[in-house]
Ligand binder design. Structure first.
Ligand code: NAP
Ligand code: G4F
Length: 329
């Protein structure tokens, strides 16, 4: 029988990649999309026309119950969130409602929908390495103490523990992927990797001269989103639900990302194009993230396929292509 999946956050970076992955495996895929006349529906339709759109919002539990009734999913992937860390300080309450309480709304909707057959719906929660915040050990693994440093991180920690609680309280097949930063050409332009790749492409074309950034010394464990959605799917296929760190086990600074990105378009004296401005600094920074994905590698058989330098080049090449530059250099 064809499996059925419901994805929240289907219009986001990961939702788009996961939708294509599940469709390629023969799933019937339903995507929860919020808002009235959401312009991202067209992008989703162009990317994966087979996805069946259901309107709903993580803040509106009755819309979640209706979506579950309509989709009758075997698997639910909760990727919906307000996901931009910097924005979360200015919108702490909204971030808590969507990124935190939204998880509880969905877990409870699944419990009510499933009734006595709690095992009939498997659940994936998009937890985040941002929960490690002021890191208590390096590298970070599933057992590392959480010390979130942003309203977003706090909201994700709530959702993470609530997912574990539904597993332990009700026997729900609820897994949580603690994913480290993952990027792609579909990454939103507000995130540092895409902000840089887009600006580097424009600078190479002469459309822009300066790129204004915040903290260049922050270090992240950056992987490719296409690899990370495969890890999500593998978690949900396990007999027993569990929590997994998903990471490359390498860390690189924003400065290193800049060097490789500019080098890719033949610019070595990149410093003359980059300025720093305090408005892009955060009230509390996460200085260093580096994961240990041993459990995902051994239990799920998961491996990242794209290394850091190739990821940077992939993103710059995609932005060059968007600006019609590929082949010009
Ligand atoms: P993203 O591109 O920002 O996508 C977020 C999605 O959530 C969008 O589809 C957005 O819809 C949807 N959304 C926002 N508010 C909603 C609401 N009230 N109800 C329902 N949906 C709502 O994020 P992403 O990079 O794909 O990440 C996917 C998930 O993984 C997120 O939960 C994120 O926090 C988490 N995560 C991401 C990373 C990473 O490095 N990418 C790492 C760890 C965890 P619109 O398109 O309508 O705005
Ligand atoms: O690209 P970022 O905004 O990603 P951040 O904050 O690490 O969060 C992302 O990864 C998390 C997983 O760890 C996800 F849960 C979350 O949803 C999101 O996908 O910033 C990365 C680093 C930060 O240290 C930031 O201070 O880049 C630094 N940075 C320096 N200048 C900048 C800028 N970040 C942004 N967005 N814009 C800048 O101009």
């Amino acid at each position: 029988m064809t499996k059925r999946a419901l994805i929240t956050g289907v219009t986001g970076q990961d939702g788009m990649y996961l939708a294509r992955l599940l469709l390629s495996k023969g799933y019937t895929v339903f995507g929860l999309v919020r808002g009235q006349n959401n312009p991202k529906i067209q992008a989703l339709h162009d990317w994966a026309p087979e996805v069946r759109v259901i309107t709903g919002d993580l803040q509106d539990q009755s819309s979640l119950l209706r979506a579950l009734g309509q989709a009758q999913p075997d698997e639910v992937y909760n990727l919906g969130a307000i996901s931009f860390v910097a924005y979360s300080w200015e919108n702490a309450h909204l971030t808590s409602q969507v990124t935190g309480m939204g998880v509880l709304n969905l877990l409870e909707a699944i419990r009510l929908h499933a009734g006595t057959d709690i095992g009939k719906v498997r659940f994936y929660q998009a937890s985040s390495s941002e929960m490690f915040g002021r890191v208590q050990e390096v590298p970070q693994r599933e057992t590392t103490l959480l010390w979130p440093r942003s309203p977003y991180g706090v909201a994700k920690a709530f959702g993470h523990h609530m997912t574990i609680n539904y597993r332990e309280s009700y026997g729900m097949h609820a897994s949580s992927g603690i994913l480290f930063n993952h990027e792609s050409p579909l990454r939103g332009p507000e995130f540092v990797t895409r902000k840089i790749s887009s600006a580097v492409a424009r600078i190479a074309l002469g459309l822009q001269d300066q790129l204004v950034l915040g903290n260049l010394d922050a270090q992240r464990d950056w992987g490719f989103a296409g690899d990370y959605v495969d890890a999500m799917w593998r978690m949900v296929q396990q007999d027993t639900a569990d929590d997994y760190v998903v990471s490359t086990n390498e860390t690189h600074s924003v400065r290193e990302y800049l060097e490789i990105a500019f080098e890719h378009v033949g610019i070595t004296d990149w410093q003359r194009h980059v300025t720093q401005d305090a408005r892009f600094l955060r009230p509390a920074e996460v200085d260093l993230l580096m994961g240990d994905a041993t459990k995902a590698r051994t239990t799920l058989g998961w491996e990242p396929t794209v290394g850091f330098a190739d990821l940077v080049r992939m993103m710059v090449t995609a932005d060059l292509s968007e600006h019609g530059l590929v082949g010009a250099r």
